[in-house]
Design a protein around this ligand. Sequence first.
Ligand code: NAD
Length: 471
Amino acid sequence: MLTYDKHYYDGAWQTSTATETIAVVSSATEEAIARVPRGTAEDVDRAVKAARRGFESWRRLSVEERAQWLEKLAAAMKTRAPQIAEAIAHEVGTALGFATKVQAEFPIMMIGMNAKFIRDIKLEEELGNSIVVKEPIGVVGCVTPWNYPLHQIVCKIAPAFAAGCTVVLKPAEMAPLSAFFLAEAAHEIGLPNGVFNLVSGSGRVVGEAIVGHPEVDMVSFTGSLQAGRRIASVAGDGIKKVTLELGGKSAFVVLDDAPFDKAIPAGVNNCMQNSGQTCSAWTRMIVPRSRHDEAVELAKAQLAKLTLGDPFDKNTRLGPLASAGQRDTVLEYIEKGKNEGAQLVAGGGKPAQLPKGFYVEPTIFANVDNKMTVAQEEIFGPVLSIIPYDSDDQAIAIANDSPYGLAGGVWAGTQERAMDVAKQMRTGQVDINGGRFNVLAPFGGYKKSGIGREIGPLAVEEFFQLKSIQR
Ligand code: NAD
């Protein structure tokens, strides 16, 4: 059992004022694999003060020096990639192969990319008789979720460091280990004191203490709508900048001239990625009524290829869900779908062959009405709703009839037709005709999916203040 009994701040491992710990549970075995401290507001106060002291020197480093620290950090994390992937396969249930690429190697690469971003950003601009200067905003409080734990952390800390900010991080209770590995890497390379500070604990205690701390200048949060609301109000009280990356209920619009044999499997894979525990998942597949049954058959055939099982088995595509609570929530949504009249065409319960671990069968509902709960609320599990439409305008209206607007997809017979629909969708990202994820493109939400953007060079700008100097 891996046991951490200290937080990391001021460039050192520090004894927690907490007496309690949090158990980190494997989603496959249901056994505790690690423990981390359940921190207190006192721990947060010490960490924020360290971050404030650290900020005074970190912001004065040259861009080149900060870029080099990011590259050193990426290199130190690279040696930890197998350890990170294994921990996240346990914590989240992500299949090990996917965890290695997407949960470990990808965010590690993003740390290094931020070095390039900051080298290329113009920090001063002349406007009339003014020089407009981009300055780091200060101490950033980062609060992150469990589904892509290291990725969510890197999306905040790497651009913050690049911009010249220092951070205090609280990782998710269910998946905190990669944050501790990051602290070990920061310590190993001798990252200057107070730049990276880590306090583990609950959202209510540690999270709120960070958000409300008067020495925290900005809050960068990823998580649920419910917690985001609370965080925005606490931060608002302190007149702090807040970025929120919240939930999603993203739509994949398949037009009648699309190649269904390509589009439908791509849509199923997108929805089921990480067992549906993905904020940007296309959980609503919107298909022409005339081709609905064909889409259902193709979706079922694709689903049958996604083997459910132990995340450490190399044949597994879909692992368990992250916790018993998450599994029970998803099962409740499936029951709601059945009760509200959605047609269950695949999955629908706990898999009998996997009695241990928090497994849910990947599930498809067909003939779903967009007003049903399964089409309106974020389920955060392997549940796809197939929704029929009668005209392109109706398809767009259904796609936009959601409180959320995080991601989405369109597949049409031509790029022009897909582009036309994409531009009418009120959402932060749209992939057309199989367009791939782009690590340079800003990511974030319209509507209740959030405020602000992460990823790519534009995300670094979130961590600046603008100062105008007139001559
Ligand atoms: P959550 O909101 O329960 O928790 C997220 C983090 O916030 C955790 O660290 C938690 O301890 C903390 N927290 C909770 N209440 C808090 C409070 N009052 N003050 C301060 N901190 C608090 O979310 P989760 O269950 O960990 O993650 C799943 C959610 O995250 C989903 O809704 C998903 O869509 C969303 N998400 C969004 C994105 C995105 O980029 N938009 C990415 C991943 C996940």
